[in-house]
Design a protein. Structure first.
Lengths: 227, 859, 360
């Protein structure tokens, strides 16, 4: 365990969607230090995506707190949270969510553009990032011309290009065949390590979970660490 | 800090440009449709505005620069007043400048129509006409300006010279009394000096040549600085003879403006409604597009775009669409108005190519007006994009990011209660009276009914869909279920169709009712077999008042009545009476009318039997409204001094907005001593041939240039004119409905693409491809039916407001409501077929292989 | 002013006659030598003649000693187009009036002008004795005095002018030649040394004035030959009671075309000056900022044996009458000196210095 101030800390996190049902998440506690890479697994419907949305500030918890670098996310309004997300978060989704009408390069460029990085620097960093995920020569293509694995690499490149402190990946290989999945996970892991970010990988697959440093199981509304 | 924020905004702009443009580039069809919706809205708006502001509507004498900048103007009728009044006023210590005038519509010889002629003492008028003087002084080489100013002859405005095809040195033959008088054309004013078609004469020359020696009918005054024009005018009024009024320029302007104001306001509001339709279409298109792009938008939110940034970016997209669409629209509008004006005017162009001339003027650039409409279009498009953008930016990103989220959003608020309230308030407002002669509350009522109707439309559509009968046919019921599930989006897609269709229905009912009443009125007011008019001033023939100089003498009247085949002749004398300074003159028609015969000779609405010895007159509805005169009242008229008359009834009149009075001709002659006539209705003996009688009348040489028409022919011509005027509105509304349908079709195509999985599943279940197409056609039919039913309902409501409020208050005449059942049926059927076909075609396109590839992505 | 207007009118008359065949052409009486003028009849209007004017100029002094120049002119014109129109507005006679005050305190003129046809008695010129009026502007004569009343837009004049000397018949007993052709001439007499009393109102403030004035009355039908381009005229009331009228007509090249004048010494002896006896020698020039026209505003004048240096009361005494007669000219108060000593005062008129104008 790390003795420094944790990067991310969840305290007694609780979330339910309907008052007449038991909450989907209850008393979730965990800490994440800078550079940690963990996997959270669990069966469908246990609230993995809900937890991820809470961590990303896309949803509000019913109880408990989420602290990023000691900053309580619950205290931020939508704009402040959005700006925090813009700077410190990276996302990878199961459904890729790359913009179909932008080229690969333009997609990866988006976070830097949002941050107001000037165009010369932007291009340089995007090229670097694309090379790092093995798509160095595909910058001018459109997503529809790529395979699933390639699209997800684009998504990874986009998630990491601005050097976020926290990467949230939701079933990043859910739509990929196992071989492609392996390659993608490897890239994700390498690049995260290379940029010193922490990562949370949400997956229902034990194989995928195994690629992380630590593994947690979300089950029965609580989170426990697996050996 | 500053530098940083500049850099930030620059990159934000670049980002926005990339997102918006890339997105539009990828979807050319959507782009074009959006552009087209805005373009059509703006084009309609521009067209209507240009037409309504064109000279066509102010052909009378509005806006003439010759009005000058007098502070007070003394106006009399064509008969005028003694010139000694001028000398008296010129000597009044309060008066600085007095400018004597004689203003007449002079009958043209050898050609139809008349020319508005202004007799002026330019030496006196010069200080009052600063803008016109330089061009008046521009004499042909060798002529002295002083001589020009006082020369004997006429100078024509450029428009008049074109119409009459005359130039300096020619002669203009005119008719004065029974005589033919040649006026020397001394010159032609430059084009920019005077827009109206008129002639200018020296006052002495006018009095002499037009046989009005000793008479003036207008004096313009500039008063000393310490004199209050209003008070002086009021004081003067008591010294003026009967039928002569003192008006300030403000009231004179009001009078001129009021003549065409109702038309303009009506048309301009129609233009605004088309713009509203356009922005509703854009709203529907944008909201659909944003719904389809919801996961992309959610991603941008997740990546760290704030709500406001997203909203501005999307509104900006609307603004760009609006700008481009408006530019196209303005261009289209310009072309359309030119074409329409040429077309409307083709009928009347015989006298001179006024139409072509107007069309030409229309084609000349109006940069300021263009800029205005581009601005208006852009603003309304931005607004149309703003609401969906707001909703899209508010949407929780988490939901849309979930893999496989395909549910069509049904969130968002409904305002059925507000809608119902607006409908009720709108209906209530229709009962309020006109404001300043305009049906403002009527228009407000229409606006509220439309908006209320729109707000209620999700609920109504939902209700209609919920109560649509289940057919038991699987294909149909699946379609119905699909529609029920997305009723909000459907209501949105249908909004533009509902607005445009309901307006079309309302217009159809109004125009049909109007036409019916108009036709009946024509029959009643033109009862004779044959109509003769001395040269009129209005080539359109709406104004029965002929001209001020040519009347039929007693001898000529006798010759007409004695023509073989003529059983009876009704001679009419039309003159104009100034009853109130701020109003248009009232037309007095002295004709063969008696209390016993009035019911058959006039379209009388209600009458009162005159007491013994009272002299009866009948007044038009406009007269009733404008002057508050009622049947049974005694009114004073400036006919042979001030005389008193009994109002024996009110009749319907569609010809004279300023009001009309009918008086028995014997009474008129007795009072005024004027035996002339400028119009005649001839009844033929049974078996007489109309053409033979016309030919016989033409042998009377003095009838040359006069209008002589068989009544059916005249009626048909007037009805054709009526139809052409309203054809514009039909055309525009049809365009709006078509664009609305195109929007529905595109929405259908997108929805079809999104439902690929559903169709795949249905195909697996064993549905044939054509069954799916049938299902989609059924959906189109249902949507069309919903839009049609609702539009019909709303349209009928609106038509009541148009017929009973807007028309009544704008033009001061009544219309009998009549339902054009066949027309409504055809319109409804057309809408249903169009909706079905549109959905079917778009579905075919969406289900095609190429289309599948084009919409491969799941957004 | 006078000559320029005449020239233009006669040109126009000829052209008009040639382009307007239908209008009955007016036949004007000729000016002939040897006709004895009769008074008071000839103080009045001569409506048959084409053109006539009453021209009043002079120097005034306000109660507080400020000098002012003034000019009041009535023109009567009989247009060529006598068409037999019975209308009261028929333009058988036109009246034009100009009035101006030369005010050194203002630096330029107060001026105004009016034009109207003689219709319904609102404007006219009576026969028998001087009585001309145009709306509320009027000049009338009584046996030994004139009354001038002008209500202009921003100033007013109410003057009584008393005759102190017998009238001065110019030329051959009132027959004044304007060129080598005998028919280009006018009937012309002057009344110098008129004693003025009355009031001047400027911007609503009235002041009492007194001074000395000069009246010209001239009528003609055919005046100048087309070669004439402009005209210099001067009328001087000398302090010793003598008076000088002198004019010269310039051709288009600025050379002397014709000249003339009348000199009456303090004892009342009159000398008619022949063309070669009158010489106008221009001195200092002044350019108008409004019109760009340059006028010689200082002159040396040789008239017979008399020699004067003329100096203006102020430089800017330019009149713009383009709205009525169409001319721009200089008409102003001048001081007559000889060898630096003041001998008298009068009015100087300079016309035709601008570019050729189109005139009534």
């Amino acid at each position: 365990m790390n003795i420094h101030t944790p990067l991310l800390k969840c305290e007694a996190l609780r979330k339910g969607y309907r008052a007449d049902r038991p909450p989907i998440l209850q008393d979730i506690n965990f800490e994440l230090a800078a550079g940690d890479y963990i996997a959270i697994s669990g069966d469908s419907g246990v609230g993995k995506s809900t937890l991820l949305n809470l961590l990303a500030g896309l949803d509000q918890p019913d109880g408990g707190r989420i602290l990023l670098d000691g900053l309580d996310l619950g205290a931020l309004d939508d704009d402040a949270m959005t700006l925090l997300r813009r700077q410190h978060y990276g996302f990878v989704f199961q459904a890729f969510h790359v913009l179909p009408y932008l080229t690969v390069l333009q997609n990866v460029e988006l976070p830097l553009q949002l941050l107001g990085v000037d165009s010369r620097q932007r291009l340089e960093r995007v090229q670097q990032m694309l090379a790092a995920v093995g798509l160095g020569d595909m910058g001018t293509r459109y997503p529809r011309e790529l395979s699933g694995g390639e699209i997800q690499r684009v998504a990874i490149a986009r998630a990491l290009v601005h050097g976020p402190r926290l990467l949230l990946a939701d079933e990043p290989t859910g739509n990929l065949d196992p071989r492609t999945a392996h390659g993608v996970l490897q890239v994700l892991r390498e690049q995260l390590a290379a940029r010193g970010g922490a990562g949370i990988l949400i997956t229902h697959s034990p194989t995928v979970a195994a690629s992380a440093d630590r593994r947690y199981l979300l089950d029965g509304r609580s989170l426990r660490q697996l050996e | 800090m500053n530098h940083q924020s500049v850099a930030y905004w620059r990159s934000a702009l670049a980002l926005w440009r990339r997102l918006a443009l890339a997105q539009l580039r990828q979807q050319p069809l959507r782009l074009w449709l959006s552009l087209l919706t805005v373009a059509i809205g703006v084009a309609l708006c521009t067209t209507v505005w240009l037409i309504s502001s064109s000279a066509l509507l102010e052909f009378s004498r509005a806006g003439s620069r010759l009005a000058g900048d007098a502070e007070l103007s003394i106006r009399g009728s064509a008969a005028g007043f003694a010139e000694t009044l001028y000398a008296e006023l010129a000597r009044d210590p309060a008066v600085q400048i007095a400018s004597p005038m004689l203003e007449l519509d002079v009958a043209l010889a050898d050609r139809p129509g008349s020319l508005h002629v202004l007799g002026l003492d330019l030496l006196r008028a010069a200080p009052l006409l600063p803008s016109l003087l330089p061009s008046l002084l521009m004499a042909p080489t060798g002529q002295s300006p002083l001589e020009m100013l006082t020369g004997d002859g006429i100078r024509l405005s450029a428009a008049a010279a074109r119409r009459l095809q005359l130039q300096a040195g020619d002669e203009l033959p005119v008719l004065v009394g029974e005589q033919r008088v040649l006026l020397a054309v001394l010159g032609v004013l430059p084009e920019d000096a005077e827009a109206a078609s008129l002639g200018i004469m020296d006052i002495a020359s006018a009095q002499w040549r037009l046989q009005r020696l000793g008479v003036l009918n207008r004096i313009d005054l500039r008063l000393n600085a310490d004199v209050d024009a209003q008070r002086f005018g009021a004081q003067l009024q008591s010294r003026l003879p009967a039928g002569v009024v003192a008006v300030t320029p403000e009231t004179a302007n009001t009078r001129v403006a009021s003549a065409t104001r109702a038309y303009r306001v009506n048309l301009n509001l129609l233009a605004l409604v088309s713009l509203l339709t356009g922005s509703l279409l854009l709203l529907a298109a944008q909201s659909l597009s944003l719904l389809q792009r919801r996961s992309s938008l959610a991603l941008l939110r997740a990546l760290g775009m704030t709500r406001r940034e997203l909203q501005w970016a999307l509104a900006g997209e609307g603004a760009v669409l609006g700008l481009l669409g408006s530019l196209i629209g303005v261009l289209l509008g310009q072309l359309a108005s030119a074409a329409l004006l040429a077309w409307i005017d083709a009928e009347f162009a015989a006298a001179g190519s006024i139409g072509a001339q107007l069309a030409q003027r229309m084609l000349s650039p109006h940069p300021l007006i263009w800029a205005g409409f581009v601005l208006l279009g852009t603003a309304s498009a931005t607004l149309g994009a703003w609401l969906p953008a707001r909703e899209a930016a508010r949407r929780a990103p988490a939901l849309a990011l979930k893999a496989g989220d395909a549910a069509v959003g049904t969130e968002g608020r409904h305002f059925p209660v507000l809608g119902a309230m607006l409908l009720i308030v709108g209906a209530a407002l229709a009962w309020l009276p006109a404001v300043a002669g305009l049906p403002l509350f009527g228009y407000l009522s229409i606006a509220l009914l439309l908006f209320g109707g729109l707000l209620l439309s999700p609920a109504i559509c939902g209700w209609l869909l919920a109560h649509a009968p289940r057919s038991g046919v699987a294909v149909f019921d699946i379609g119905l279920a699909q529609l029920r599930g997305s009723r909000r989006q459907i209501a949105l897609n249908l909004a533009a169709v509902i607005v445009s269709f309901s307006l079309m229905i309302a217009m159809a009912i109004m125009v049909y009712s109007f036409r019916g009443s108009f036709e009946l009125w024509l029959q009643q007011s033109l009862p004779a077999d044959l109509q003769l008019r001395t040269n009129g001033n209005d080539p359109r023939g709406n104004d029965p008042r002929g001209n001020d100089t040519r009347t039929l003498s007693v001898n000529e009247q006798r010759q007409l009545a004695q023509l073989p085949g003529v059983a009876r002749a009704d001679f009419i004398r039309n003159t104009r009476l100034l009853l109130r300074a701020e109003r248009e003159p009232v037309t007095l028609s002295a004709r063969d009318a008696t209390p016993e015969r009035s019911a058959t000779a006039l379209p009388v609405l209600h009458s009162v039997a005159p007491p013994a010895g009272a002299q009866p007159v009948w007044i038009s509805e406009a007269m009733q409204t404008i002057y508050g005169t009622q049947a049974g009242d005694i009114i004073e008229l400036p006919v042979g001094g001030r005389t008193r008359w009994f109002v024996a009834g009110v009749f319907r009149d569609y010809g004279l907005g300023g009001g009309a009075i009918v008086m028995p001709r014997e009474a008129y002659i007795a009072a005024s001593g004027d035996h002339g006539a400028d119009q005649a209705g001839l009844w033929l003996t049974s078996g007489a041939d109309v053409d033979a009688v016309i030919a016989a009348a033409r042998t009377l040489t003095w009838s040359r240039g006069m209008e002589l028409l068989a009544t059916p022919e005249l009626r048909a011509g007037l009805l054709r004119g009526f139809d052409r005027v309203f054809a514009i509105t039909y055309l525009m509304e049809a365009a709006a409905v078509l664009i609305g349908l195109a929007g529905v079709a595109l929405a259908g195509a997108a929805a079809t693409a999104a439902r690929r999985g559903e169709f795949g599943m249905l195909r697996h279940l064993g549905l044939l491809r054509r069954q799916i197409l049938a299902m989609l056609a059924g959906e189109g039919l249902l949507m069309g039916a919903v839009g049609m039913l609702y539009g019909l309902l709303l349209g009928c409501g609106l038509s009541l407001v148009l017929v009973y409020v807007v028309n009544r208050q704008s033009f001061n005449w009544s219309i009998d409501l009549a339902m054009p059942w066949w027309q409504l049926g055809a319109l409804c059927a057309a809408l249903l077929v169009a909706a079905t076909v549109a959905n079917l075609l778009s579905a075919r396109a969406a289900l095609g292989v190429g289309a599948l590839r084009a919409v491969r992505e799941d957004w | 002013m006078r000559s320029w207007l005449l020239c233009a009118l006669s040109c126009a008359a000829m052209l008009w006659a040639s382009t307007e065949p239908r209008a009955a052409e007016t036949v004007y009486p000729q000016v002939t030598p040897g006709l004895a003028l009769q008074f008071p009849r000839d103080h009045g209007s001569h409506p048959d003649f084409r053109l006539e004017w009453w021209y009043l100029t002079g120097w005034l002094q306000t109660a507080d000693g400020q000098p002012l120049g003034f000019q009041v002119t009535f023109f009567r014109l009989r247009p060529t187009l006598a068409s037999g129109n019975p209308s009261a507005f028929a333009p058988t006679q036109l009246l034009i009036a100009h009035a101006a005050i030369s005010d050194p305190a203002r630096g330029r003129l107060w001026s105004d002008q009016r034009i109207a046809r003689a219709a319904l008695n609102l404007a006219g010129a009576a026969e028998g004795d001087t009585n001309v009026w145009l709306d509320r502007w009027r000049l009338t004569r009584e046996p030994s005095q004139y009354h001038a009343r002008i209500e202009a837009s921003d100033f007013a004049l109410a003057l009584t002018l008393e005759t102190t000397q017998p009238m001065l018949l110019n030329g051959e007993r009132g027959y004044s030649r304007k060129g080598p052709q005998p028919q280009s001439a006018s009937y012309y007499y002057s009344l110098p040394q008129l004693r003025v009393a009355g009031s001047v109102t400027r911007d609503g403030r009235a002041t009492t004035v007194s001074g000395l004035a000069w009246l010209d009355h001239e009528w003609s039908s055919e005046y100048l030959e087309p070669r004439a381009a402009g005209w210099d005229w001067v009328g001087l009331n000398l302090d010793d009671g003598s008076a000088l009228m002198a004019f010269r007509i310039r051709d288009r090249d600025g050379r002397n075309f014709w000249a003339g004048g009348t000199w009456r010494d303090a004892a009342g002896r009159t000398e008619v000056l022949r063309p070669e006896a009158v010489q106008f020698m221009p001195g200092r020039r002044w350019r108008s900022l409004r019109t760009g026209i340059e006028y010689p505003v200082e002159w040396t004048l040789q008239a017979g044996s008399q020699r004067f240096e003329l100096q203006p009361l102020l430089d800017d005494q330019e009149s713009d009458s383009r709205a009525t007669t169409g001319a721009v000219y200089w008409e102003g108060a001048v001081i007559a000196n000889r060898d630096g000593r003041r001998l008298g005062r009068g009015y100087l008129e300079l016309t035709g210095y601008g570019s050729p104008l189109r005139l009534p």
